[in-house]
Design a protein around this ligand. Structure first.
Ligand code: MGD
Ligand code: MGD
Ligand code: MO
Length: 552
């Protein structure tokens, strides 16, 4: 979101899901949507049915890549090198959209100079993707009527995730593949309401509706509505909170709907910090590992089927959710708990129902102003921005960039000069394998919400290795091995996966009670967004038994 906001001024995906069906090229870049975003992937399948081409850029021949016309098997952490090589090829082949570049962008010359050394040969050497495949993607993307670049954590969960995103935005600016129906830049969000959380101001530097915390005029509106002086300083994001715990500046923590004792990188260290706080409060619908460390646990109930409200998805669509079940036992609605807390802190906040809370947001956040609950019901969800009750905006963002009138066009979109920068942890003799971590279809994040479910077809935690490495190390399918990084060790059964290339191994994050994968991952983070490098660390595999045929 930081990358998109830098280029376009708004931190949201530019396109709606339905537009994918009209695209003639979809590139899934570091995104395994077949597993992780099955609803969006239905639109992708429809697009393929309509004749679109699907390309996948992923170190693994993932489930998504298996549907693709072309799979570009890239070395972990070399996406900027690939994007730069594609950019240079587009420029040299004369396939840039010069009209768009001239009317809507700045910084083209400097950008072109910065990618000039990225010949196809250099691109192949650094990324491992054959030059011919890079050239093919460059030409297919630049000549498509409407092309979508979709990405997720393969791009963002690196120490330079923001630069990765900027390098993809450059490609859309070069070719004018943004701000039109069907073309776009589509980051898929993790949970059903991550977008909504950010939109509501759950960011250290933003008030609801992406209004700046440091903007006196914006804050004044909130001060009046809320009857308090809202803090004028930017707060800490998650990574900065852990840094502040390290310095013992952050002494108390209130964790709502998150399980950092299992999801943080270098998790042993994270647990040490969480357990040494003066006061830790957890509000969750389950008694998580994090809750076990807490001084106070508040039993929330607001699982999505037990509460009213809204969620906002990756296409910026706000939708209603309705209470279908009563919460179990003493569990309480999250909102009820927060209001009770406010009361005990001396503030009588009163709302008759959840709609009143929403209407308060509409008064304060211009981009939500036109979304009454009645209208959300009537239209089946509305995308932001929606400034007034009688308008509907186009389903995609930044159409203004194509306007003939410079005043209407507004701020041009800058090209970004960024450098290829490999993963922080280099491979070594001690740790010669590249571990990347991610997801499977039938499990969810730290397993709190999916752990209990067992089926014969479900894959538990494994260390996935390529057939070549399995042979070289004489590993058998199912054999339990020890996986170690500079930070810790875990034991897991081997799963031989022919979608992996030699030197690359894969694990999930789904079964931390059994195999605590985040003992291995590195907490190197992107200073611009605070995201940890979950997608790249260095590990070693050790056998417990002597390889077959070797004795003594
Ligand atoms: N079934 C299921 N769905 C989920 C979740 C779940 O746990 N289970 N979690 C949700 C959440 S919170 C999120 S954020 C999303 C995440 O959704 P995704 O980001 O799609 O899922 P991941 O498996 O983490 O990673 C995606 C891909 O990135 C690739 N990758 C790794 N390193 C690199 C690299 O250097 N370059 C490139 N180009 N690719 C790389 C991996 O091989 C992997 O296939 O999924 C959401 N949906
Ligand atoms: N190795 C590795 N680690 C990773 C990643 C990776 O790819 N690899 N991905 C990272 C990413 S993208 C993410 S998003 C994080 C996910 O990490 P977390 O967010 O810490 O993990 P979840 O298991 O999704 O935990 C969500 C919690 O919210 C609770 N919850 C659900 N609904 C409600 C509700 O309505 N109210 C309340 N109060 N609580 C609720 C659940 O019970 C659960 O305990 O993990 C990160 N960690
Ligand atoms: Mo996520």
């Amino acid at each position: 979101m930081v990358g998109l906001a830098t280029v376009f001024g708004a931190g949201g995906g530019t396109s709606s899901y339905e537009e994918a069906e009209s695209a003639d090229l979809i590139v899934m870049w570091g995104s395994n949507a077949r597993n992780a975003h099955p609803i969006f992937f239905h639109h992708v399948l429809q697009a393929i049915h309509n004749g679109a081409k699907l390309y996948a850029v992923d170190p693994r021949r993932s489930e998504t890549a298996q549907f693709a016309d072309r799979w570009l098997g890239i070395h972990v952490g070399t996406d900027i090198a690939l994007a730069h090589t594609i950019a240079r090829e587009i420029i040299h082949a004369g396939l840039t959209n010069d009209d768009f570049i001239a009317r809507a962008t700045t910084g083209f010359d400097e950008f072109a100079a910065s990618v000039e050394s990225w010949t196809l040969e250099r691109g192949e050497a650094v990324t491992g993707v054959p030059a011919e495949a890079i050239r093919d993607l460059a030409h297919t993307y630049a000549t498509a009527n409407a092309a979508q670049l979709c990405w997720t954590l393969g791009i963002t969960e690196h120490h330079n995730g923001v630069d990765n995103v900027l390098s993809l935005c450059n490609l859309a600016l070069l070719t004018g593949q943004v701000g039109r129906y069907g073309a776009g830049l589509t980051p898929l969000r993790g949970q059903n309401n991550v977008q909504g959380g950010g939109d509501m101001g759950a960011l250290p530097n933003k008030l609801p509706g992406f209004q700046d915390v440091v903007d006196d005029e914006a804050r004044a509106k909130f001060d009046t509505e809320w009857g308090v002086a809202t803090p004028a300083e930017t707060g800490w994001h998650l990574t900065q909170m852990f840094e502040a715990m390290e310095r013992d500046e952050l002494k108390a923590l209130f964790v709502i709907g998150e399980n950092p004792a299992q999801s943080e990188a270098d998790v042993s260290h994270a647990i040490d910090l969480l357990s040494s706080r003066d006061h830790l409060v957890v509000l969750d619908i389950y008694l998580t590992k994090t809750a076990e460390l807490a001084d106070v646990v508040l039993p929330g109930s607001a699982s999505w089927c037990e509460s009213d409200g809204t969620v906002t998805n990756s296409e910026r669509r706000v939708q209603r959710v309705r209470k279908a079940l009563d919460p179990p036992g003493d569990a309480r609605d999250d909102v009820w708990i927060l209001l009770e807390l406010a009361k005990r802190l001396g503030h009588e906040w009163h709302y008759d129902d959840h709609e009143q809370i929403w209407d308060e947001l509409r008064r304060l956040s211009p981009m939500h102003a036109g979304m009454s609950w009645a209208r959300l019901d009537e239209l089946g969800g509305i995308q932001w921005p929606c400034f007034s009750e009688d308008t509907v905006e186009p389903p995609y963002l930044h159409g203004r960039l194509w306007a003939d009138d410079p005043a209407e066009r507004g701020r041009p979109a800058p090209f970004s000069v960024v450098e290829h920068d490999p993963p922080v942890e280099e491979l070594s003799d001690a740790f010669p394998l590249r571990l990347t971590t991610g997801r499977r279809l039938d499990s969810y994040n730290t397993g709190v919400q999916s752990g209990g479910y067992r089926s014969p077809n479900r894959i538990g935690e494994t260390i996935d290795v390529s057939p070549e490495d399995a042979e070289a190390m004489q590993l058998a399918d199912g054999e339990v091995v020890r996986v170690s990084s500079a930070r810790g060790s875990v034991d897991a059964p081997v799963r031989i996966d022919d979608g992996l290339r030699p030197g690359l191994v894969f694990m999930t994050m789904h079964f931390p009670d059994e195999v605590d994968v985040n003992q291995l991952t590195i907490d190197a983070t992107d200073p611009k967004a605070g995201t940890a490098e979950f997608k790249a660390c260095a590990v070693r595999i050790d056998k417990f038994v002597a390889p077959v045929g070797v004795s003594g």
